[in-house]
Write a protein that binds this ligand. Sequence first.
Ligand SMILES: Cc1cc2nc3c(=O)[nH]c(=O)nc-3n(C[C@H](O)[C@H](O)[C@H](O)COP(=O)(O)OP(=O)(O)OC[C@H]3O[C@@H](n4cnc5c(N)ncnc54)[C@H](O)[C@@H]3O)c2cc1C
Ligand code: FES
Ligand code: FES
Length: 1253
Amino acid sequence: MPSLPHSDELIFFVNGRKVIERNADPEVNLLFYVRKRLRLTGTKYSCGGGGCGACTVMVSRYNSMTKTIHHYPATACLVPICSLYGAAVTTVEGVGSIKTRIHPVQERLAKCHGTQCGFCSPGMVMSIYTLLRNHPEPTPEQITKALGGNLCRCTGYRPIVESGKTFCVESTVCELKGSGKCCMDQEDGSLVSRWGKMCTKLYDEDEFQPLDPSQEPIFPPELIRMAKDPNKRRLTFQGERTTWITPATLNDLLELKANFPKAPLVMGNTELGPSIKFKNESHPVFIFPLGLPELHFVNTTGDEGQRQIPLNGPFLERSPEADLKSEEIVSSVYIPYSTQWHFVFGLRMAQRQENAFAIVNAGMSVKFEDGTNTIKKLQMFYGSVGPTTVSASQTCKQLIGRQWDDQMLSDACRWVLDEIYIPPAAEGGMVEYRRTLIISLLFKFYLKVRRGLNQMDPQKFPDIPEKFMSALEDFPIETPQGIQMFQCVDPHQPPQDPVGHPVMHQSAIKHTTGEAVYIDDMPCIDQELFLAPITSTRAHAKIISFDISEALALPGVVDVITAEDVPGDNNYQREIFYAQNEVICVGQIVGTVAADTYAHAREAAKKVKIAYEDIEPRIITIEQALEHNSFLFDEKKIEQGNVEQAFKYVDQIIEGEVHVEGQEHFYMETSSILALPKEEDKEMVLHLGTQYPTRVQEYVAAALNVPRNRIACCMKRTGGAFGGKVAKPAVLGAVSAVAANKTGRPIRFILERGDDMLITAGRHPLLGKYKIGFMNNGVIKAADVKYYVNGGCTPDESEMVVEFIVLKSENAHYIPNFRCRGRACKTNLPSNTAFRGFGFPQGTVVVEAYITAVASQCNLPPEEVKEINMYKRISKTAFKQTFNPEPLRRCWKECLEKSSFYTRKLAAEEFNKKNYWKKRGLAIVPMKFCIGIPTAYYNQAAALVHIYLDGSVLVTHGGCELGQGLYTKMIQVASHELNIPQSYIHLSETSTVTVPNGVFTSGSMGTDINGKAVQNACQTLMARLHPIIRKNPKGKWEDWIAKAFEESISLSATGYFKGYQTNMDWEKGEGNAYPYYVYGAACSEVEVDCLTGAHKLLRTDIFMDAAFSINPTLDIGQVEGAFIQGMGFYTIEELKYSPEGVLYSRSPDDYKIPTVTEIPEEFYVTLVRSQNPIAIYSSKGLGEAGMFLGSSVLFAIYDAVAAARRERGLTKTFVLSSPATPETIRMTCVDQFTDMIPRDDPSTFTPWSIRVS
Ligand SMILES: Cc1cc2nc3c(=O)[nH]c(=O)nc-3n(C[C@H](O)[C@H](O)[C@H](O)COP(=O)(O)OP(=O)(O)OC[C@H]3O[C@@H](n4cnc5c(N)ncnc54)[C@H](O)[C@@H]3O)c2cc1C
Ligand code: FES
Ligand code: FES
């Protein structure tokens, strides 16, 4: 390789400040640079691969040819700093901050309640901000599009879009809401009188600062001068291992390419970057031709370049003669216009409509003899059906001269399937689906061309049947809209009292300015080390050898930590911290590397050599666990009536199975821990994102063999948790603490997204087996249901999950003879754990599935069978707890009525009659959800409230702020109880030092139990202050506090809530298991594309029993966020495992959570009022309940698919398991295309992926 000169200075601007980097390393990306070098931590790391948008920044460049400044959003994790020469970068800190002035984008995102955990918020701000810099008055479509690459796991997107829409000239959600006079707000409007006193205004648009584009920072003039410099020269940046060269001219580029033929050209780095990062691709030299004008303009001629390669089959199939030579570059791409009688279309299908790789895509072109439908030239290319793009050239050749008619199509389908063969074990799986898509997309092309021909000459070429018309178009991306309704606050309530008001999240502004501090935002600590995990690659194996010598020899590596370094218990409560001798799942932590940088730790972890010897059996699926009788715990069972007897007297019996696959939490902030060993007394402080600091303290103490009083766990906030941070942080905390203990140095352990997905696992996959006895009128008399969950390799929370499934398994239905059993299977998968809803979303889908099956057998609509079997009056559950289902009936009735269910169902039927390839479906699901835990001591809580002498109040309690707004609600409670403004009250963090032995923040109980504890502390303080206030009733709060101090009255109090007195006797199968129930109903309508399996969610109506909402905006946020998370779970989120137990899905590229384009086009949410005197201020815990309501989408899909099947003559009941992915939908919509594809005998091959439920 020719020698290279020394490094140039890299010059760019960040937030208006000039950066001169003299040692620019090409391997350093902008995200790392701004976060670690410039200490601008507002820009977040979440995936590192361009797939989530958390790291979005704005890059601005001056184009000296057009003399314009171009602003574009960029994912900083994929921007090499060397590519920024001459660019101006704006991060969220440059947009606005609390210290200076917040920007309208930040203000509105916060005030529209578009933040929960806040981890995605800086990225959201940057996407909207960049759009506004280019389009100060955007359209709603532009807003939706701008947010398409930003993932949010908390909010469900609706409020985020809404905040963006406030910048549109034509606002907004409700047509009238933008004018400030929403129809729902009218005092005397008919809706108000019908709906009672309901409000819809969650924020006040009048408070918003106007957007003034003239106030934006100017583009640095120095960069304009640099861009205009006529004497540009080649730039070279020399890193530790790589060199980056920016050529000055096209000739320079060609010279470089000749000198470094293997050096890749970096353009957007969106392909190259992930390959280097995740596939270990390495390059000693990069060439970056971004500034070259020849590569950056569009013209209408096609004669650039020295050599031309036709954009045809050989090129797309990468045949060597049609490929670029190593010294060549692409200087232009010529795209010819199509001519008359020439049709060109691109078609694609992906797991998610936006921001997803294609499952199969196709480019097709046909040219006819002029004035005829005789094929003159035909080209068909398919992507994702093989290692390269594949041309169906033989098929095309055979079809030359044929008429464009049904016979041609039929032959084309057969031939193309012969020509393009996807082997049964092909990488990526979905083989039969992909085969079907090959011909389904061809059929779409066929229809589109027929329509085109008809438009050319309607006389000669008949149009396609009217019923086929809707097959032509993909689903449009619409900007979502909707209304949120909640109780108005009593007009007599004092204005200062915030309880019942839609108060903004306490940290919302800090979220949107990037000033909210998460674990990895904490400044580096002297001597700190970074930890990288070494994980098992085998599901069940003996460790034969463990060689760390190569890893230890690498620069920066300080130590490798293993099981031998655990001073205390390495196997605590059946959870293993470091694997020893044997591994029991892929992804189990075998060791960790501690090094001076994360990059060094990661590199070293890759160099550790472990030899394994597989151990039998290797159990991956529930089926395999059942074969081997492999369970984690004993069975849990409840029973009422006489099931066997009842089966004898019913009209019909059905038996079936429902598979529900797992779910990844995909919290935006990956598991993050900072462990700080102290010099004295074996003390250690851990800062981490967790839902259960007490458990972390317990596990760390066990691992280090110290009393718990030496371990402090602090938790300020976390970027989403959803159950995933209940149990796992304890294990990861112990792993970090052992490393900190061994090295004696602070440890920063921030899991990469892929490691987090692999190690921490998620929701339990479930298999439900049912036998149901019922009468012909739909009344269910007997049910015998068995549930098995895939618990993974250690207990974690599996026992409790099974208990919850069993206890909640009747949902809203009364079945007089009912038996339900549940068991957790022990497998060689990473241990599954708590996840929002705690088994309820999996188990209850089985209930709704068998009720739907009963309806199908009785030829009745599912909603009728649901209603017939629904609890109607004060009743006892199957475990004999009394409850009143009145709010359930109300939610159900209102949902049916206000969603115009029956009218829309008729309309959907009409639509379905008129459309063969697209079908609509509607479903309504009822919900009876129980909050809390059936063990009384898990419902207790404590709080500590201090009043300082200036009157300010510091509240602490045992609950964790996960984004749900717990701290905000606690401030509301304290404000109400102490009768002081919220601004007097501060909540800093949760810590085992201030409040010991706190229980987990989950089970929807956060506000319930901590609220009571805070209330209790405040009431104690008010009782102490009472004599002083009585003596000076007109005095101010500050006066009373000063007086109290003078009178030696303690201004600090603990508060305590003993907890709901729940219990469950599993021997008897009876108990008062839950304190109360949350009821709800949701109705969803979808449209399904039967040819591709895509679906579009048209509308959702949710009625959720909130009793009295302490904070309607936070509660609506929980309901909407949970609903969208549930919808993702039941539809597009799909974890893929190899038969050997390797999780493939380890990034947003291959695990698709909903984006802004998946949410309902129309989204209506109503908080229904009821009584709940047992809970604080008669509220209800709503954190989890909405999750299950997402299944209304699953059942709406079922309804649509059933309509398609009926039309195709398939009337037999079918089971649609969860998730209803595009693959499942397509393959269930059986038709001539699914009949045509080749099928393989399962015994003849090993599939690429398997179902683990
Ligand atoms: C989140 C995310 C989502 C994505 N979604 C999709 C998707 O849905 N569909 C899809 O197809 N792709 C997708 N991609 C992949 C990627 O964005 C595209 O392939 C994109 O076109 C790559 O462009 P780039 O400029 O970033 O290429 P780079 O990564 O900069 O370069 C890619 C390759 O092209 C070569 N190259 C660049 N310019 C020239 C030239 N002038 N002459 C010769 N060789 C050259 C380089 O040497 C390099 O090998 C996605 C990527 C990410 C990160
Ligand atoms: S896109 Fe950069 S961190 Fe996800
Ligand atoms: S608020 Fe969007 S990820 Fe939490």
